[in-house]
Design a protein. Structure first.
Length: 381
């Protein structure tokens, strides 16, 4: 594949390292991850050792000192390799930036080196059983008591929820207010932390090796200095600011899935015969794949342009929303059309196209549903 406009020699070197890591050290154990519902914890330490975590975090805080381009290359290689278990995109590209951007100097120095080394796995708890899209309406409460916050509430669908040692919790510091009452507070947790409990690992239709869990807080005490930002009530604004990158990450996952689906289907249909000729020789197969390849190319071009904009600090919220919604919608269309060309084999979990199909579905829902994306776009018109 041609090198993207946003890449350079250094990014390609990181890409190569990531490819080797995922292909040799992660993907061979995928069945085990699915059976246990989470990846092996030590893989985060190994990724940290290789310098594959928090590559965009400044070196003074233990990170790689790179940019989002390094993050994107790693995410692409994870997807190409076929790993759906390690929550590295969430850890490095979604959560670490909140701490790097809004954490106090002390918090950054304490947490980011551990996150970059893989000693600490990060998660973010925004969604609750009662509310997901409507984040202003979260019910989890954080009450200031002296130099601590006391947190009570629950979160659901939390990526890395089973393995995490650090969580950014979205909580109401002022329940009389909507968006202005939301704050983000970082909590270090272990299975023995009083007031903290992990629920079960949730059973999902795809991404089965990835730990998505419920988290419960019942009087969890957190130092008040773990509040992100300069005061209470900044959480909603902070999320709006960083959700653009989260949405871009979703598209960075989606495009390699499309590219992989098309390639797998071209290979399969060239090898499988029906009615005395390869499936690929049939006009319908060729037209289907020509259309899927074209959609994929347009998606790649759009994504690359959005990454370039983001690297320049010019990716606005509506464009990030367009990138996320359009690309993930197209992914679902392309993977469905590709799977059809596999016939019954496409429905079998041992064929990677079936995993791409179930994995694709969630991308239209998480990081803000595609309907919410359209709402954001419409507001900007
Ligand atoms: C595998 C997985 C991993 C996740 N990881 C995390 C995580 O790490 N941290 C975290 O906090 N959350 C996480 N989530 C939660 C995810 O962000 C939410 O599921 C998502 O924001 C939607 O919220 P909801 O599920 O409550 O759906 P609801 O808010 O109930 O919405 C349901 C549907 O209603 C429609 N809808 C909602 N609002 C609007 C609107 N304004 N206009 C038009 N239609 C609308 C959409 O079709 C939407 O899909 C994860 C979810 C999944 C499935």
């Amino acid at each position: 594949m041609a090198r993207a406009a946003w890449s350079d020699d250094e990014v390609e070197a990181v890409r190569e390292l990531a490819r080797n890591f995922f292909e040799k050290e992660v993907v061979p154990h995928e069945e085990k991850f699915v059976a246990q519902g989470h990846p092996d914890r030590e893989l985060y330490n190994r990724a940290g050792e290789l310098g594959l975590l928090c590559t965009a975090v400044p070196t003074e805080y233990g990170g790689g000192g790179g940019t989002f381009a390094h993050e994107a290359a790693i995410i692409e290689e994870q997807t190409f390799a076929g790993d759906g278990a390690l929550g590295m995109p969430v850890h490095s590209s979604i959560i670490a930036p909140y701490i790097a951007e809004f954490g106090s100097e002390e918090l950054k120095r304490r947490v980011l080196p551990k996150a970059a080394g893989g000693e600490m796995v990060l998660s973010i708890g925004m969604t609750e059983p009662g509310t997901g899209s409507d984040l202003q309406n979260i019910k989890t409460r954080a009450v200031r008591e002296g130099d601590e916050y006391v947190i009570t509430g629950s979160k659901i669908f939390i990526t890395n929820g089973w393995l995490c040692d650090g969580i950014i919790i979205a909580a109401k510091t002022d329940p009389t207010k909507g968006a202005a009452g939301v704050s983000l507070i970082f909590a270090e947790v272990s299975d023995d932390t009083p007031g903290f409990k992990r629920g079960r690992i949730l059973s999902k239709m795809g991404g089965k090796g990835q730990d998505t869990a419920e988290l419960f807080f019942d009087g969890l005490r957190v130092p008040a200095s773990n509040l992100l930002g300069t005061g209470e009530g900044q959480g909603f604004y902070q999320m709006m600011q960083l959700l653009a990158q989260e949405r871009l990450v979703t598209a960075v996952i989606a495009v390699p899935m499309m590219e992989k689906a098309v390639q797998l289907t071209v290979d399969y249909t060239k090898g499988r015969e029906a009615f005395g000729k390869p499936l690929y020789a049939m006009q319908n197969t060729k037209f289907e794949l020509a259309e899927c390849a074209t959609i994929t190319k347009v998606a790649r071009t759009f994504l690359d342009e959005s990454i370039v904009k983001h690297l320049r600090g010019e990716l606005d919220i509506p464009t990030a929303a367009m990138t996320k919604y359009w690309i993930t919608d197209q992914l679902n269309i392309v993977v469905d059309r590709c799977l059809q060309l596999f016939g019954g084999y496409g429905y079998m979990t041992e064929y990677p196209i079936s995993e791409l199909y179930t994995g694709a579905r969630v991308l239209r829902i998480l990081a803000g549903s595609n309907e919410v994306m359209k709402d954001l776009i419409a507001r900007s018109l």
